[in-house]
Design a protein around this ligand. Structure first.
Ligand SMILES: [Zn+2]
Length: 148
């Protein structure tokens, strides 16, 4: 039996996942779409709505496209009681390591790079409607660990 752990350092904003939940509509069968509540061929509902978190990789692509630097998004899950809670981090990856016995160096970004990250990511999060004023205090250096 082996155990592995790795760490990822991100500089950016932490946003609670519950603000990012979106409602997506899915077809319930593969018969042709009709303007009825239920499918006349199989009787299943035509559509179902599911509340779900957005795909992290899609978010990362969208954020990266909107920023002048290489932006990234990561998420982490943890349990509060029996509730699964997801937290998202928007910014850039500063360092990643799977060597728990080593101390990888984190290059300190310039203040200009940090300011660029802070303002561009903030603008993008505001445009998505998920940024609240209190989130200005949630900009920082985040060390995310995973144990597998
Ligand atoms: Zn059907």
């Amino acid at each position: 039996m082996s155990c592995s752990a790795w760490a990822l350092t991100m500089i950016g904003y932490m946003i609670p996942g519950d603000r990012l939940i979106e409602e997506n509509k899915y077809r319930c069968c593969n018969h042709p779409e009709k303007d009825t509540k239920f499918c006349p061929e199989c009787g299943k509902p035509m559509w179902k709505t599911i509340k779900e978190l957005p795909d992290v990789e899609n978010l990362a692509r969208e954020l990266d496209a909107a920023c002048s630097f290489t932006a990234d998004v990561n998420s982490r899950d943890h349990y509060e009681g029996n509730m699964l809670v997801t937290t998202f981090y928007f910014g850039f990856e500063a360092c990643e390591s799977s060597h728990y016995d080593a101390a990888p160096m984190l290059s300190i970004p310039s203040l200009e790079e940090i300011e660029k990250c802070k303002s561009e990511v903030c603008s993008w999060l505001k445009a998505q409607g998920v940024f609240e004023d209190a989130d200005f205090d949630k900009f920082g250096i985040w060390t995310l660990t995973i144990h597998g």
